[in-house]
Design a protein around this ligand. Structure first.
Ligand code: SF4
Length: 412
């Protein structure tokens, strides 16, 4: 076990506020319970009946917050995101207990703090919805995935379309800020079969949509019967067209919103901001000092609970992460991540921000690569700002490969 907050490498606790944008922090809280496992899922989650100790888990999360309250120097919270898993399996009282833990410790909630809760259809009642709202939740993300019962069954989703529509109704009556997830390129699904889902989205007209093309390991059984890359590209185009007609802007490769409804929490991930991950398998990122740190919690339930027990008994473990629970980024790794995450955004990659973080010799190496990608028609440039072109959006993985830097490429 090495303490990365002390002697081995730069401190995790950053006291230089000038290096952290706005001096605020976003928190991700992982809730690892689901009613059942979906066929395509590789998140760290458990079917609810495998681990019924929800209260014990909530207590562990609160203990972790208490014990690690100083792991980041920032004390102003801009976002809290309950993700999973299925956070809506917790009660409003449990969610409130976690939110209140930050308040008790003196964390300041910014007036416009965004507090998101991921919800799965068929896990919500009107009373629960109101309870979450009163606990402080002000944004809901609903895992609809599809409005076709056959596809939901193929994914082993627990809910049907009726459940989804009922949940959307409930959410709409308590929240103005909500998001719907849409999954496409499912087995046996082509452009024609996607159309009803897009029309349903148009009818509902939510303020935010996350639309993901299903991605699976090569040998996964759900890969059988999937459409060609060309048809996937047509699905992307049609999605863009329909959502555009709804007044939505694609502000990130997979995310669409009406003005003012972009996910502020997810934006932290794409703009090199600090975030603190709490709970089983949750990942944290600290952008300063040097090229950034990642550190994360164990992904097995038993190991996580044990870790928190140890933390509660020995406060000096606050900033301790074993060798396989932390990573200090090298300059070339940090630079690659920086380019990839920014290019995911409609705002794109601004070379002056690369210059600011990595210095002049590095920026010219990045610029050389960008020019090559522009010549292929995959990037557009407007002064210092580079964005994926329509063609680049379809081959974004190839664009990102072109911006993968090695230690030899960059003077670390
Ligand atoms: S509900 Fe979400 S997190 Fe849970 S198994 Fe399904 S895809 Fe995974």
């Amino acid at each position: 076990m090495v303490d990365i907050g002390k002697s081995n490498g730069p401190s995790l606790i950053n006291h230089d506020s000038t290096t952290c944008m706005e001096n605020t922090l976003g928190v991700y809280i992982h809730i690892p319970f689901c009613i059942q496992r979906c066929s395509y899922c590789d998140f760290a989650t458990y079917a609810k009946d495998q681990i019924a100790a929800n209260d014990a888990y909530v207590e562990a999360v609160c203990t972790e917050i208490r014990c690690r309250q100083n792991i980041f120097s920032e004390k102003k919270l801009s976002t809290i995101y309950f993700g999973g898993g299925t956070p809506s399996l917790l009660t409003p009282e449990q969610i409130k207990k976690i939110i209140d833990q930050f308040k008790t410790l003196g964390f300041e909630f910014l007036p416009d703090i965004e507090i998101t809760l991921e919800v799965n259809p068929a896990t919500l009642s009107s009373q629960k919805c109101e309870g979450f709202r009163q606990a402080g939740v002000n944004r809901i993300s609903i895992g609809c995935q599809s409005f076709n019962d056959d596809y939901l069954k193929a994914c082993n989703r627990e809910h049907n379309v009726q459940d989804t529509l009922h949940t959307i109704d409930l959410v709409q009556s308590h929240f103005t800020n909500y998001s719907l997830d849409l999954l496409f390129s499912l087995p046996q699904q082509g452009l024609e079969q996607l159309e009803p889902d897009l029309l349903k989205m148009q009818e509902i007209s939510p303020p935010h949509i996350s639309a993901y093309c299903l991605t699976l390991p090569e040998k996964h059984p759900m890969n059988q019967g999937r459409c060609s890359d060309e048809e996937q590209a047509e699905m992307f185009d049609r999605t863009l067209q329909v959502f555009g007609q709804m007044g939505m802007k694609r502000y990130e490769i997979s995310n669409f919103s009406k003005p003012g409804f972009e996910s502020r929490h997810n934006n932290l991930y794409w703009t090199d901001q600090n975030y603190w991950g709490v709970g089983l398998s949750a990942h944290s990122y600290k952008r300063d000092p040097h090229w950034g740190y990642r550190f994360w919690n164990p992904s097995s339930y038993q190991a996580y609970m044990q870790k928190i027990q140890d933390l509660a008994h020995d406060g000096s473990l606050e900033t301790s992460f074993s060798k396989n629970e932390r990573e200090s980024l090298m300059k070339h790794e940090s630079l690659s991540d920086f380019c990839h995450t920014h290019l995911r955004l409609h705002d794109g990659l601004n070379l002056s921000s690369v210059r600011h973080k990595y210095g002049e010799p590095t920026v010219s190496k990045v610029a050389d690569r960008l020019v090559v990608l522009e010549k292929k028609g995959w990037l557009n440039v407007d002064r210092d700002r580079w964005r994926l072109s329509d063609n680049g959006l379809l081959v974004s993985n190839q664009v990102f490969s072109g911006l993968l830097f090695s230690a030899q490429d960059i003077d670390n």
